[in-house]
Design a protein around this ligand. Structure first.
Ligand SMILES: Nc1ncnc2c1ncn2[C@@H]1O[C@H](COP(=O)(O)OP(=O)(O)O)[C@@H](O)[C@H]1O
Ligand SMILES: O=P(O)(O)OC[C@H](O)CO
Length: 496
């Protein structure tokens, strides 16, 4: 039997999954990752904890599967993106905690870049909007603020990496300092047309090129793990940022195919093939996972509060005891009774980009109950995602692309049938949930399997992808327009 091991290092946990050669899950292990909030707006992880939890889950998953590393054909790595680690090449020790993607401390540098009129050049080269979300300005912050860092960096003694790169350094005991194109494209330092680090942007932020990892296609041989780690040297055959990995795991290989992941937040990505398109509607362009040297792209939008609104119902309002109870509560009323929840707890992400917006509930009457609020809260996940898909639709028609035919879904909240049906109703296209909703890890396993001969082609992977349930739209278009308008009115109030 042939197995693939996917390491899925997420923001809140490290997970490892063993898959068989049909892409079926064989065993799964997960450990939570401690979060650190040293100042308002700052979020950090301990890089050594990232490594410790990841390697523990890998060992546990192999044990649960009843196999040894010698039976694993290849390892695939997928990871929370943008999170920035800097370590000393000689000692291997991180010089600072990892600065997590949610961390806003680098905003002043971004203001400066925007004021200097660099946003257009940066978007043309990297596909990104200038924002503290991406790694480049976080890396600059570390060099500017950690004592002695700049001197060591100039002397070539420091290494930078996103989490995939840091894990590979650890897995190979310092032999491999590499990343893949999809992770590199989240740094704001990477030219996505040439698939190389951009010398001008590195210079602009004062980052020595010697710190940067080698960049490879997502499906390629990155190296072999040290035998001490899992008891056997296994090849690392695939690496991708978690959202691009999910796009790959959903078998969205062609232009116009879209997936949405409903986790804490929601991440929607549309493959645009080898066409580099910038969005005129508040979305970003990113490198998709690549199996060759040819650049491939996706347009991406993110919703900050997706499934997290259900956590708020549970922990903030005590409206439910477990997340699973939300569906029954929402369905205990025939509609939301005119209530609209805008969960702008930390501002609104794409396509609105309103950092100062705050959570708002509109349409409350004397008859409103907690069930109406719960229903409206669930609906808000679908409204925000619909705004993203509508923005993608506008980008597509501007580029004369074909209309999107279906939305493939995954992530924790995609298990909620009410939410998925309402999503299909709002979008007017089928929402399709696959058999395996662990598509992030599956994507990494696919990438690793492709480069090591376990799989032969993307066509073969498309055939492995199986529908579990298809939600057909079932709401008259006039009613959809009315509901979207109600939502946009509420958003306007949240952003006042
Ligand atoms: N039945 C459900 N209905 C709606 N949301 C849910 C349900 N079960 C879990 N969730 C939400 O899904 C999210 C967890 O999904 P997951 O994919 O594990 O997220 P992440 O990878 O961001 O940690 C949580 O925010 C949780 O509130
Ligand atoms: O780890 P997740 O699933 O929260 O994903 C985080 C994203 O990669 C951030 O860009």
């Amino acid at each position: 039997m042939t197995y693939l091991l996917a390491l899925d290092q997420g923001t809140s946990s490290s997970r490892s999954i063993v898959f068989d050669a049909q892409g079926r899950t064989v065993a799964h292990a997960q450990l939570e990752l401690p979060q650190m909030y040293p100042q308002p707006g700052w979020v950090e992880h301990d890089p050594l904890e990232i490594w410790r939890t990841q390697v523990s889950t890998a060992r546990e998953a192999l044990l649960k599967a009843g196999i040894t590393a010698a039976q694993v054909s290849a390892i695939g790595i997928t990871n929370q993106r943008e999170t920035t680690v800097v370590w000393n090449r000689l000692t291997g020790a991180p010089i600072h905690h990892a600065i997590v993607w949610q961390d806003r401390r680098a905003e002043p540098t971004c203001v400066e870049l925007r004021e200097r009129g660099l946003a257009g050049t940066i978007q043309a080269k990297t596909g990104l909007l200038v924002d503290a979300y991406f790694s480049g300005t976080k890396l600059k912050w570390i060099l500017d603020n950690v004592a002695g860092a700049r001197g060591l960096a100039d002397a070539g003694e420091l290494a930078f990496g996103t989490v995939d790169c840091w894990l590979m350094w650890q897995l190979t005991k310092g032999k491999v300092h590499a990343t893949d194109v999809s992770n590199a494209s989240r740094t704001m330092l990477f030219n996505v047309h040439t698939n190389t680090w951009d010398a001008d942007l590195l210079k602009e932020l004062g980052i020595p090129a010697s710190m940067m990892p080698k960049v490879q296609p997502s499906s390629s041989l990155f190296g072999e793990i040290h035998p001490d780690v899992l008891g056997h040297p296994v090849r690392i055959g695939g690496v991708a940022g978690d959202q691009q990995s999910a796009l790959f795991g959903q078998a969205c290989f062609k232009a116009g195919m879209v997936k949405n992941t409903y986790g804490t937040g929601c991440f929607m990505l549309m493959h645009t093939g080898s066409e580099f398109q910038t969005s005129g509607n508040g979305l970003i362009t990113t490198s998709a996972a690549q199996v060759s040297l040819t650049p491939e792209f996706a347009i991406e939008g993110s919703v900050f509060v997706g499934g997290a609104v259900v956590q708020w119902l549970r922990d903030g309002l005590h409206a439910i005891k477990t997340s699973d109870e939300v569906q029954a509560l929402a369905e205990s009323v025939p509609d939301s009774g005119g209530v609209v929840v805008v969960p702008a707890f930390t501002g609104l992400g794409a396509p609105y980009w309103k950092p100062d917006a705050r959570g708002t509930i509109t349409g409350l009457t004397r008859g409103s109950t907690v069930a109406h609020i719960a229903r409206a809260a669930l609906e808000s996940i679908a409204f925000q995602s619909a705004a993203l898909l509508n923005a993608m639709g506008r980008d597509l028609s501007a580029a004369n692309g074909a209309a999107v035919r279906e939305l493939r879904v995954d992530g924790g909240a995609s298990g909620n049938d009410f939410l998925m049906q309402f999503q299909a109703d709002l979008l007017g296209i089928p929402v399709v949930r696959p058999e395996t909703t662990e598509t992030t890890a599956l994507g990494a396993a696919y990438l690793a399997g492709l480069s090591t001969g376990v799989f032969h082609s993307c066509e073969q992977l498309s055939q492995l992808w199986q529908v579990e349930r298809k939600f057909e739209p079932n709401l008259p278009s006039a009613r959809v327009a009315e509901r979207m308008l109600q939502w946009e009115h509420a958003v306007a109030q949240a952003t006042h």
